[in-house]
Write a protein that binds this ligand. Sequence first.
Ligand code: SF4
Length: 486
Amino acid sequence: MKVLLINAEAFHVKHKAAIPLGLLSIATYLEKNGHTAVILDRALENTPAAKTLDAFKPDLVGVAAPAFKCFADAVRVSQEVKRRGIPVVWGGAVTSLMPGIVLDSGAADFVVVGEGEITLLELIAALENNTPPGEVNGLAFRENGSTVFTCEREPADLAELPVIDFKFVDPRRYFVRNVACERMLHVYASKGCVCRCTYCYNPAYCGGLWRARPPAYYLEEIRCLVEQYGMDGVCFADDLLTPDSARLAAFCENIRASGLRFIWGGELRADCCTRENLQSMYDTGCRWLYFGIESGVPERQKLIGKCLNLDKAKQTLAWCREIGIVTSASFILNFPGLESDELRRTVAYMLSLGADLLIPSFYGPIPKSALYEQLVAQGLMRPPANYREWEKIKMMDLFGANYSAVPDRELRVVSAHFYLRNFFWKYEDGGQSRVYVKKAFGQVREFLGRGGLRSLLLLARAAGEFAQVVFYATAFPAIRKRYGLK
Ligand code: SF4
C-alpha cells in the first residue's frame, strides 16, 4: 500500500521545526514491511498538499497534529484527502488523548491511540483484506454514529521498532544552532517517563512507563546523521533521558564504547544524578542540560506531583557549573491558585540556582492530565467542546493564559525579563557566541528565503512579540524590583 504521512503545521515561530522522528519511525517500519511511504512535513514546506497527493496517489494518509495549534491545518489537509476518497488516519500523543474530539471534526476516519507503527501496519492489513478494523488494537473510529474504541495497544518492545531511516526527509533542513554546535538534530534514546506530574501529558499517555531503546539503534542513527549529513550535535528528545543514576552511567558508557564523538544534551530530573554521572556525561560530549524545575516551593512540588528535591536540584546545577555543562532550568508562572508571594519565592529560588538560562513557561491544560481534570471538576475551566476551541487554548504562546491569582501584568513582566535575559545570554566558548541572537537571525534568514505571505506574517508576528518582550521587560521597574529582578 502507498502511505502518505503528513506532519501538520502550527502557526508559530519560536522554534524551528524539529525533525519528525515519529513519522520517520513509522515510514521506516512500513517500508520494512513491504509498503511505500512518503513524508510531507508542512511545518517546513509551503507546497500545497494537493501537489503531493496528485504526484504520489496514496492509498492511505496518516496525519500527525503534534500540537493543538496544528488542528486547523490538519483538518484542512484531511478534508482535501477525503474529497479524493482516500481514508485518513490521525495519530500522535496529542490526538491519542482526545480521539473523540478528532473524530467529531469529521476529518479523520480513524485515530491511532498510542504508538503508531504496529497499529498502522495492522490497519493497512485490515483495509487490504477487508477485515473489520475493530480487530486492530489501539484504534478509535465511528460506527453507526457512535465511537468505537478497540482494545488497548500494549506499548511495543522498542527493539521491535526499527533503526530510523532518514531518507524520507532531508535532515539538513532541520539543523539547529545550539551551544557548542551549529548543525544539531533530535534523536531519541527512550520513550515515556516514570514521573507523575499532574500538568504533563506523560502519565496519561505512557502510564508512568519508561522504556529504553536498544543503544545500538540510536547510536547507529547518530553515526548515519554525522557521516551522511554532517550533523555536529544531538539533542536527545527524550522526555526523561534516564530515570536514575545507574542507567545514566550505562547510557554514558554506551556512548563511550561506541567510539562516536559528538556534542549532545538532553533533559533530566535535577535530583537523580551524581557528580560522577555529570562528569561522565561531559566526558562523552554533553555540553548542555535542561531541567524542568517548575516551582521553587516544596508544597507546590507535592501538589503538582513532581516532588523534586529542591536542595539536590541546587547541588546538581552547582556541579554542572563546575564541570562546564550549560544549564537551562524552567519554571511555571501561572499554576492554578498560585499567588504573588509564591511566585516571588519561586523566582528567588530560580535565581539562586546559578543556571545559565532560566526559562519561564506558562501552564496550559492537556486533556486527560490530572491537573486538567481537576480544573474541570472544580468548575475552573469549561472543557473545550471541539477542535476549534482546543486550538484557541494558549500553548506555546508568548504569554499564556493566566490560571493563577497573580496579576497578568506581573506574569508578563517576570517572563519578559527572563526572555530578554536569555536572548542576550553569551556562551563562553572563546568566541562568546550569542546563541539565541544567532538563532533568531538564522530563523529570519530562513523565512525570507522561503518567501510567501505566510513567511512574512510569521516574521511580523515574531517582531511584534519581541517588541512586547522589550516593553514588559523594561517598562515596569517597580514590579521587577518586587520580584528581585535587576
Ligand atoms: S518529569 Fe517531565 S516528562 Fe516526566 S511526568 Fe514530569 S513533566 Fe512529564
